[in-house]
Design a protein around this ligand. Structure first.
Ligand SMILES: Nc1nc2c(c(=O)[nH]1)N[C@H]1C(S)=C(S)[C@@H](COP(=O)(O)O)O[C@H]1N2
Ligand SMILES: [Mo]
Length: 251
């Protein structure tokens, strides 16, 4: 096949695929792109073929890893590329007060936008799960995570029927987003505990996302704000998809 014919073939597939698969949610626009056709098929195939709430494997206490790598730099370290001058200093300040003054903002396509303190989040029915974190750099670790299901918080804020994606903004420059299928999945939690302890600063305090059916980098740490969106919006110029990472990394 010549390159041009192959291109036509591939874009034909995309077009007919879109035709066939409309109705299963809005496409992240990155996925209409020829270069991204592989990712797009993975996303669509997972969303079509896998049961929406199939659970990621959960492990036993005895499987918990003794040491876990740290996949970020310190959000308060202004020498780092991912340092956010506005929010990095704020995180350092909040950390000094053990996050007593921290609040999670919930905004966007919800009936009751607002904010939640750590204590308020802890008052919701918690969920604990022992799962494997798989970093795209090749390491993995099993840990026990405790937190509030994202679904509980979103339902408390009142998800509007038009909601399609959830963006997570962090105290460093690493925003990301997931679709509503992952957002409402029972194992998707806002974790404030790890291995029976308060979530350590190095692992994303005060809360970090656990989205168990995707690769490591989707598990946003140091969350400050959640935005429910009606359309796929790249959560910012520093988002990982800007530097070529797949938005969907289902495993
Ligand atoms: N805010 C933020 N979240 C992040 C990252 C980051 O740089 N900033 N790195 C990701 C990557 S690549 C991985 S592997 C995990 C690492 O989590 P850990 O440090 O708790 O092991 O966090 C993810 N979440
Ligand atoms: Mo990672």
């Amino acid at each position: 096949m010549t390159l041009v014919a192959r291109r036509r073939f591939l874009s034909g597939l995309t077009a007919s695929g879109t035709l066939l698969l409309t109705g299963c949610g809005e496409d992240p626009p990155t996925y209409g792109n020829l270069l991204r056709v592989g990712d797009w098929f993975t996303y669509k195939a997972h969303r079509l073929l896998l049961p929406r709430s199939s659970l990621a494997r959960e492990y036993d206490r005895k499987d918990i890893s003794a040491t876990v790598a740290i996949g970020t730099t310190d959000p308060a370290d202004d020498h780092q590329g991912s340092f956010d001058p506005e929010w990095g200093r704020k995180w350092a300040e909040l950390a000094m007060g053990d996050f007593r003054d921290w609040k999670l903002e919930v905004a966007g396509a919800v009936a009751r936008p607002g904010s939640y303190s750590l204590q308020e989040l802890m008052r919701f029915q918690p969920r604990t799960q022992i799962t494997k974190h798989s970093c795209e750099e090749g390491w993995s670790a099993i840990s026990e995570w405790t937190g509030v299901p994202l679904r509980t918080v979103l339902e408390h804020a009142g998800i509007l029927p038009s909601a399609k994606f959830v963006n997570f903004l962090a105290y460093d420059a690493n925003p990301d987003s997931i679709d509503m299928i992952d957002a409402l999945h029972p194992q998707t939690i806002l974790a404030y505990g790890m291995n029976g302890q308060t979530l350590p600063r190095a692992h994303g305090a005060p809360i970090r996302l656990r989205v168990e059916r995707q690769l490591g980098y989707k598990n946003v740490k140091y969350i400050r704000r959640i935005e429910v969106t009606e359309r796929f919006t790249d959560p910012g110029p520093t988002g990982l998809i800007q530097s070529g990472w797949s938005w969907y990394t289902g495993i």
